[in-house]
Design a binder for this molecule. Structure first.
Ligand code: NAI
Ligand SMILES: O=C(O)C1=N[C@H](C(=O)O)C[C@H](O)C1
Length: 233
């Protein structure tokens, strides 16, 4: 497939390597200041750019008939608008806050655990995420998806950064060193704690998942998720 990369930073470079290993061709590397974008050359676009740039990158692709895989986080207040534009243009779109297989299994585990814990009022939930110091958004997109998984399966109604409260999931965001991404969910009672944790050792899992999603979306129309791609129930 001919793949265009929107954002040629840490993730763009990792995706280039994995896509080429799987026999794909990178036909464009679009970053700040790229003047001409040849949409006609692309079978699919993979966007790992910045919170400010993602919406425009994604919707320009829809307008030009190019399917989009986006992993950029921090722009989700405009997700519904992007979905609308995808539908209007009969486009194809997958956004995931995290493309790694491990985290997508962790999402399922989190929802299942939240359902079980919802009957046990003595346990209070909290979340911690740790990322490298260059990260622009907090909390991470993955932490927000995890919080939504808890909210959808319990009586918790919202999440807040560094703020506990009734029916509120407190999220702590730590920025240190080169950490690729660590997420931990803790249920705590007076007598014990239960923790589940996902630790990314590098960025390869994120990049491989994005390339697999790009391969999967070929020939499809609509808005999908990694759950569709990975066939997780
Ligand atoms: N969903 C997932 O699995 C993952 C998501 N991410 C997210 O992906 C995004 C990128 O992460 P990294 O590559 O680590 O960041 P990065 O900072 O290394 O790369 C971002 C690149 O986007 C470029 N950029 C800025 N404006 C642009 C524009 N208008 N068009 C195209 N490119 C533009 C920057 O110059 C930079 O090269 C972040 O939002 C991050 O949270 C990161 C890892 C995994
Ligand atoms: O910025 C990152 O690096 C990452 N961002 C994603 C997020 O916000 O959840 C995914 C991963 O944790 C790495």
């Amino acid at each position: 497939m001919n793949i265009a990369l929107f954002g040629y930073g840490k993730m763009g470079k990792m995706i280039e390597q994995i896509a080429q290993e799987r026999g794909h061709t990178i036909v464009a590397k679009i970053d700040v200041g790229t003047a001409d974008v040849d949409y006609g050359a692309m079978d699919v676009a993979i966007d790992f750019s910045t919170p400010d740039a993602a919406f425009e990158n994604i919707t320009n692709c829809f307008k030009n008939g190019v399917p989009v895989i986006s992993g950029t986080t921090g722009w989700l207040s405009r997700y519904d608008e992007a979905v609308e534009q995808c539908t209007e243009n009969k486009g194809a779109f997958i956004y995931a806050s995290n493309f790694s297989l491990g985290v997508n299994i962790f999402f399922e585990l989190n929802s299942h655990l939240a359902k079980m814990m919802s009957k046990l009022e003595q346990y209070k939930v909290s979340m911690e995420e740790i990322h490298h110091t260059q990260k622009l958004d907090a909390p991470s997109g993955t932490a927000i998806t995890l919080a939504e998984g808890i909210i959808g399966n319990s009586s918790y109604s919202d999440w807040k950064l560094d703020t506990a409260g009734d029916k509120i999931i407190p999220i702590t965001s730590i920025r240190e060193g080169m950490v690729p991404g660590t997420h931990c969910i803790c249920y705590e009672s007076d007598v014990d704690s239960i923790e589940i944790k996902h630790t990314a050792h590098n960025r390869q899992g994120f990049a491989l998942g994005a390339v697999i999603a790009a391969e999967w979306i070929k020939g499809k129309t609509g808005v999908f998720s990694m759950k569709d791609v990975l066939n997780l129930s």
